[in-house]
Each structure stands twice: as structure tokens, then as C-alpha cells.
Ligand binder design. Structure first.
Ligand code: HEC
Length: 123
């Protein structure tokens, strides 16, 4: 142990870089073309599905394999946003229709959700 201070500096740098790497890995970087969908999702959907799509005590995670395109295609998303959903997979109760939702807004939301699901390796 010739230089304990130097060792301490190196080890704390290593720890800091590990923390940085892991939090960076979890975060999904949203390209500009999905920014509108993100804003609309955060405003209209995240209260129940959470802004990281991981769900809450009011709604299921949209990162669950139920919500892959092969199980719930885009039309299921449009239907959910525009008309609501009767509870059938979970025990959160019904999803009410989202006030002020339009097909155009849903189009941006669906592209954003699909991009996010792919970044999280759902499919
Ligand atoms: C008030 C809470 C709430 C809000 C707001 C909400 N959801 Fe939901 N959502 C739910 C619940 C609860 C379910 C689960 C129903 C069930 O048991 O299958 C659900 C289910 C879904 C499903 C699955 C549909 C199906 O056919 O099974 C999709 C897709 C979905 N939500 C998308 C959205 C999108 C997109 C938005 C925003 C435009 C949104 N949700 C806003 C509560 C909510």
C-alpha cells in the first residue's frame, strides 16, 4: 500500500462509473421522431401504465408479453385509447376511454410504445 490516497481515488472513480453505466442502461433514449408520442403518452396514459411502461396500482405494465404486437396488435391499442377496455387480464378494473383521445394522437402514442417495447427487448 504505497499510496493509499491514490487507491481510494481510483476505487471511487470505478464505483462512480459503474453507477453511471447501470442507470444509463435502464434509460431509454427517445429519438426526436417519437417525442410527440412520448408527451401524449405521459399526459394520457402514464397515470396508470407509468411513464416507463412498467405499470402502477391502477394499470398493468405495457412491457408485459401480453402487449407484444403478436398478442395485442396496434388495433387493440387504438381501441383501448379511444373506447376503453373491459378488465379481462388483470384485477385493476376497467380502463375508461381516454378523454380527448383521437386516432391521430393514438398513432403517435402507438409508435412511441412500440419503439419503447423494442428498446426494452420485449420483441
Ligand atoms: C385510468 C387508468 C388507465 C389509463 C389512463 C390508461 N389505461 Fe390502459 N389499461 C388500464 C387498465 C386497468 C387495463 C387492463 C384491463 C385488463 O384487465 O385487461 C388497461 C389496458 C390497456 C391495454 C390492453 C388492451 C386490451 O385489449 O387488453 C392497452 C393497449 C392500453 N391499456 C393502452 C393504454 C393507452 C395507450 C393509454 C393512453 C392513451 C391508456 N392505456 C390509459 C388502465 C388505464
Amino acid at each position: 500500500m504505497k499510496n493509499p490516497i491514490r487507491l481510494l481515488v481510483i476505487s471511487s472513480l470505478l464505483t462512480a462509473s459503474n453507477i453511471y453505466a447501470s442507470s444509463n442502461e435502464d434509460k431509454v433514449n427517445i429519438p426526436f421522431r417519437y417525442a410527440k408520442g412520448q408527451v401524449l403518452f405521459d399526459k394520457n396514459c402514464s397515470a396508470c401504465h407509468s411513464s416507463t411502461l412498467t405499470g402502477s396500482d391502477k394499470g398493468p405494465p405495457l412491457l408485459h408479453s401480453f402487449y407484444k404486437p403478436s398478442h395485442h396488435g396496434d388495433s387493440a391499442f387504438y381501441r383501448a385509447g379511444l373506447k376503453g377496455v373491459k378488465a379481462h387480464h388483470w384485477n385493476f378494473g376497467d380502463m375508461p376511454p381516454v378523454a380527448g383521445m383521437t386516432e391521430t394522437k393514438m398513432k403517435s402514442i402507438v409508435s412511441y410504445v412500440r419503439f419503447y417495447q423494442q428498446q426494452k427487448k420485449l420483441y
